[in-house]
Design a protein around this ligand. Sequence first.
Ligand code: ATP
Ligand code: MG
Length: 589
Amino acid sequence: MKEKSYSNKYLIKRFLPYYRPYKKILAADLFASALTTVSGLVLPLLLSYLTDWAQVGLLDTHRVVKVGIIFVITKIVEVAARYFMQSLGHIMGAKIERDMRKDVFNHLLTMDTEFFNEARIGSLMSRLTTDLFDITEFSHHVPEEILVGLIKLILSFIVLLTINWKLALIIYVIIPIMFVVSGNKRRDFRKATLNVKRQIGEINSGVEDTLLGISVVKSFANEEIEKDKFKTNNDKFVDIKKDRYFDMAGFFMINEAFAGFMYAILIFVGGMFVVNDYISPGDLVAFTMYLNMLIATIERLINFTDVYQAGSTGIERFVEVMDLKNNIYDHDSAEELEDVRGEIEFKNVYFKYPETTENEPYVLEDINFSVDVGENIALVGPSGAGKTTISKLIPRFYDIESGSITLDGKDIRDLTLESLRDNIGIVQQDVYLFGGTVKENIRYGKDDATDQEIERAAELAGATEFIKDLPYGYDTHIGERGVKLSGGQKQRISIARVFLKNPPILILDEATSALDNKSEAIVQKSLELLSKGRTTITIAHRLSTIKNADEILVLTYDGIVERGSHKDLLDKKGIYYNLYNSNNEELFG
Ligand SMILES: Nc1ncnc2c1ncn2[C@@H]1O[C@H](COP(=O)(O)OP(=O)(O)OP(=O)(O)O)[C@@H](O)[C@H]1O
Ligand SMILES: [Mg+2]
């Protein structure tokens, strides 16, 4: 995915709508944070009264109790508000994160198949999970911190000014300097933290690479090389972490130093003010406490830039995915495909893959052929000639550049994608089985299938026998956390799926080429049964599987060069004849 840069304003604009369902909670959360702030301001005030009353001998039990009660009440309010913020505020954040994750996931499912390649899956996974982790914190802390920070900065400024404006001005000259210096150091610290994360990523991918390729490592006895590679990365980790700790220590030192400096001013200047009667001791106490609060606020605001940064990065990565457009979608006037018969026609089809450049030649150039209802045609030809490509064009995994592909006389681009793909069954070389039971995997072909239907499909696919032998039959878990199946067994499950789906059109792309001879023979039988009565396009590299096709198309880099039945083509003594006699199966792709 291309890294794009978005303006902050745009990111906020994309993010704000996610607050909409939680407006009330957000308002309550902000109110609660305002309450905690204000009640936090009460204590210094009360203490300064107590000190001053004590000084002039006005302090009595009655006053102490009154002040105490006021404090207890404000504290109760503060504690309750804090509880609300910590719980419901965060929950609101989590819900927003959930909503965004849902939107990314749904959006991803609309993308073209072409979009998902292996390299991308990893990065997409992290977009769905880790990249959004910071949204919870972001969505509830950002409004809170901004509000609290502002209230505190403004109120304490006013309060400090009213207590003693001279002292306040001296302090307020220092604060902006602290913001700048400490903020700078914070940025270094953040960068160093990012570097550490990156280095951990390097270590991870190095380890993954080694472990995934472990059989290669072992067969070349290259353990020492791998150890060295790992050591380099692992040592670099310490260097990078060292930088980070220096930055971290520097950051905290600067904050401490500024705070210490301001307190020193209070002691020297404030002390002299008391000596000279410019300020009452109670006011100096209050002043100190407000200053304490002010410093804490500033540190929080500086730290908060981190939450902000992490969250806005998350939003940015979110927007990147959400702004991806897929090329293949239903046109406004797309109609449902109904009562399909299954007649396919390619007319003057030109095609090249979307990622290729202008100058590259077409993968398919002026391809013409038609398949009648229920007919079985075979595509043969050398590797890279475009056989798989042709099969991908029919379910519209890609759109052609010019010409037309029609189904029952209707251009497939005028049909809804869902109804088009509902009518096409595909069996490929790679079978993907989902985690779950055998039954669930077969049911993927038709989600409301009954157990009988599933068993019938398995029978037609020739899968009953081995399924019966599994520990729990149809309820056996397969895939990563379950029983491992052989290639032929997996293939039969995938064929059972297609039996259930029962589509009028069938595409078989080298469905048996990964199998050994024995499994191939079994699977081949299931496939023959499956293709009965369906319009079928078979791509195969073994001649035995295509001999019986109604028509064989020989596709080379020059397009379709020969067509006809097995017998016709042999009689012709052309390319097919040569391939057949050379008995070089490789030549058939
Ligand atoms: N996703 C893709 N993006 C770009 N080019 C592609 C893509 N898939 C295939 N191609 C190219 O298109 C051409 C035809 O590929 P295709 O997979 O259709 O060949 P094939 O006839 O099925 O070959 P094989 O017998 O090896 O499976 C090849 O040159 C290939 O490099
Ligand atoms: Mg292929």
